[in-house]
Design a protein. Sequence first.
Length: 215
Amino acid sequence: MTKPDMTTTAPPKARKIGIVLFKQFETLDVFGPVQMLGRLPDYQLVALSESGASVTSSQGLSAGVHHSFATAPKLDGLLVPGGQGTRREIDNPAMLDFLRLQSEGAAWIASVCTGAALLAKAGILDGKRATTNKIAFDWVAKQSSEVDWLRRARWVVDGRFWTSSGVSAGTDMALALVAHLYDRPTAQETARRAEYVWRDDPDDDPFGIASEKGS
């Protein structure tokens, strides 16, 4: 007697979060949020680069991707990291056009650190409140005078736009995003499983205070 096939294939997750990668992205800008977003039951993480080839972070880590910009699916959420590579990418029409295209239909768009410079240069943050890395704040703010840049904020939410301060702040913002998409207990449990102490107050920004004092 033939035994029934008990194997099952999990259905594809309904929604997709695009992680935009480029040469010299900041590692923690990506993998901090990925740690918190990667177990969401309704979302699939999709890594993207312009050519579809793997890219190397500022720390020398090579990261593979799922799609090129040309083959990317419609995204429900979009995460844009920072890093030294943003200095080059602000002048890359392919990057800016891709961000504009995907942001039109995404339910939310988030940046970490100097990733806000790319959103600002693309015009996506026009008329919105936003923040960024405090060390690079002035450089990022120069990318658009149409943005209300906040010097003191761990992260900022303005409608469907989420922007965080430097590097580690992206992980705190990602947990706030989990709470927004699901609920606070889910975010707290996600942090607990990672043994991570969530700084859950977006106004708790000691680096921003230092920036305001001019240091």
